[in-house]
Design a protein. Structure first.
Length: 117
């Protein structure tokens, strides 16, 4: 099982970024997927979740209306479109499988998002 995030970077307040997470090693289309983030000195927090078919999504209140989670099951990829970014969105963003595979929780390596002028 492998999860590889990409798309992070430095962006000005009010800007946008699109994160991608390429998944392999498991049947991607049968699992819900989530994005988490962890700011320096803070606990990791759930940002957004998407159902296996993509028809159901949920978001943390802090990003609702600004972020959109989506997925492409044909390409085994989950995305996080982030608009109207704020300084408080600065964090390392991780994708993860909802639940466990063979008793293990899998995370990607993370991608840094920095919102600063």
């Amino acid at each position: 099982v492998q999860l590889v995030e990409s798309g992070g970077g430095l962006v000005q307040p009010g800007g946008s970024l699109r994160l991608s997470c390429a998944a392999s090693g498991f049947t991607f289309s049968t699992y819900f997927m989530s994005w988490y983030r962890q700011a320096s000195g803070k606990e990791r927090e759930l940002v957004a979740t998407i159902s296996n078919g993509g028809g159901t999504t949920s978001y943390a209140n802090s990003v609702k209306g600004r972020f959109t989670i989506s997925r492409n099951n044909a390409e085994n990829t989950v995305f996080l479109q982030m608009n109207s970014l704020k300084a408080e969105d600065t964090a390392v963003y991780y994708c993860t499988i909802v639940g466990f595979i063979r008793g293990r929780k899998y995370w990607g390596q993370g991608t840094q998002v920095t919102v600063s002028s």
